[in-house]
Design a protein around this ligand. Structure first.
Ligand code: ARG
Length: 466
């Protein structure tokens, strides 16, 4: 018994010819990817059109036939885009659905479409086209978030705040310096996307199932028509590998980690106990019970999503490892993970950019906190070093001084002029001034206001490069 008529028609799968019975419903359900790969419809149509042209160039289609096929592909693409397309229960994936619809329209001519092509090279062509577009959108999202950070960084180049390590008071920095630190990390994410693009920009179309075809197609011409920088150097690699997906997921997992760390700072800074920042109402949520609440949910979600994106990378990497060369259905698992990661990171970047755009910083609260004398202990030790004392000894002396002061219920701010002089640092009280302390760190890459403005300019330069 044939499983429902000639291949590519009715409810028969494209490969029905060799089979004596149709797929079991639960087998078909497990394998069906249409629910998610329908997102590749526009790319599948573009790749289909380029393939039609390749067949025509190889003398396998007359030009009027090629035109009719192209028109049918375009119509099907438009119907899918508008929602008018009637999917068939037997459509396994978007590639089968489109080929079936073209064949239903054009009969024998439609049945010529798949010559020299396999879903194995087609799906990777579609996915690369999709991913390249997605990377463009992700780059825009990163740029927007970096710009939002830079506009605050410029304004707050000289706004002093306590810098922390282990979440404990460490040394004074400027808010601009902290914001630029996040911006630099995101700028590297942008660079990673650019770098990925060089390797991703390769067309697999013409690789066929694994070994090209005997039909004399010209993959370079197809690649050029699709706007790829080049064509595959090895057909088996072209259909087997997914490092293009893996690498993008890795870049996204890193970007999501950076977004998460920025979110963590926004949450900390807007903590009522610190009061360094207020997140706008539009990026906060209330409590169903406690009327006073304004919770930083957007930042909290941005913080949590990094785990999900890393999960996508792990899922794909795990599916890939140990697979021999050639297409395996395992490879179908790449798409949901990639779509999920891309949509997640796009959403996180957009919401965080809005949150950063509208956050209000409170320089007075930061300055107050930056007045904590403990923040200047290193400055005192370094002042002793500048007067010739070995650092280890200076560190010990200041440590002992702090221990004694603590026992007396005093701080560095309570030292008398005589005590400073005794320490070998006459006028040392000036060391506790936050503005002096950040200006004193005027070396390259430091938190001094002029260095922050340099960083802002350098980052703006990177953004302008595209
Ligand atoms: N839906 C399939 C995927 O995403 C398309 C390729 C199918 N190829 C095959 N030989 N079954 O991987």
């Amino acid at each position: 018994m044939s499983p429902g008529g000639p291949a590519g028609q009715g409810d028969a799968p494209l490969w029905a010819g060799r089979f004596s019975e149709p797929p079991a419903p639960e087998a078909a359900a497990l394998g069906r990817s249409l629910g998610f790969d329908v997102r590749l419809a526009a790319q599948d149509v573009r790749a289909g059109i380029a393939h039609v042209h390749a067949l025509a160039r190889a003398g396998l289609l007359r030009s009027d036939e090629a035109e009719r096929l192209v028109r049918a592909l375009e119509e099907v693409g438009a119907e899918i885009a508008s929602g008018a397309f009637a999917f068939h229960p037997a459509d396994e994936d978007v590639h089968s659905a489109i080929e079936r619809a073209v064949t239903e329209r054009l009969g024998e001519l439609g049945a010529r479409l798949h010559a020299g092509r396999s879903r194995n090279d087609l799906v990777m062509t579609d996915l690369r086209l999709w991913a390249l577009e997605a990377a463009g959108r992700l780059g825009d999202g990163l740029r927007r978030l970096i710009r939002a950070l830079l506009s605050h960084a410029r304004e707050h180049a000289g706004t002093v705040m306590p810098g922390t390590t282990h979440g404990r008071l460490a040394q004074p920095v400027t808010l601009g310096h902290a914001l630029c630190a996040h911006a630099w990390a995101l700028a590297r994410d942008l660079e990673r996307l650019h770098d990925w693009r060089r390797r991703a920009d390769v067309s697999p179309l013409g690789a066929g199932a694994l070994a090209t075809s005997t039909l004399g197609l010209d993959p370079e011409a197809t690649a050029a028509e699709l706007g790829f920088a080049g064509s595959f150097p090895n057909s088996l690699d072209a259909v087997s590998d997914r490092d293009v997906v893996q690498e993008l997921l890795a870049a996204l997992a890193i970007a999501a980690t950076h977004a998460s760390r920025l979110a963590a700072d926004l949450i900390r800074w807007s903590d009522e106990a610190l009061g360094f920042a207020s997140v706008a109402d539009a990026y906060s949520t209330g409590s169903s019970m406690m009327p006073q609440k304004r919770n930083p949910d957007v930042a909290e979600l941005a913080r949590a999503k990094a785990g999900r994106v890393l999960g996508d990378l792990v899922a794909v990497t795990t599916a890939l490892h140990g697979l021999p060369l050639g297409y395996h259905r395992d490879l179908q698992e790449d798409k949901e993970a990639l779509f999920d990661a891309v949509y997640t990171v796009e959403a996180v970047l957009a919401a965080l950019a809005g949150c950063v755009d509208t956050v209000r910083f409170h320089p007075e609260a930061m300055r107050r906190a930056a007045g904590a004398p403990a923040l200047y202990a290193t400055d005192v030790a370094e002042a002793l070093v500048a007067r010739g004392m070995p650092f280890r000894e200076a560190h010990r002396r200041v440590g002992e001084l702090l221990r004694r002061l603590e026992a007396e219920g005093r701080t560095l701010a309570d030292l008398t002029d005589a005590e400073w002089a005794e320490l070998g640092l006459p006028g040392g009280a000036a060391l506790l001034d936050p503005d002096r302390a950040v200006r004193a760190r005027g070396g390259p890459g430091g938190p001094a206001p002029e260095r922050v403005l340099e960083q802002v300019a350098a980052l703006e330069g990177l953004l302008a490069e595209g």
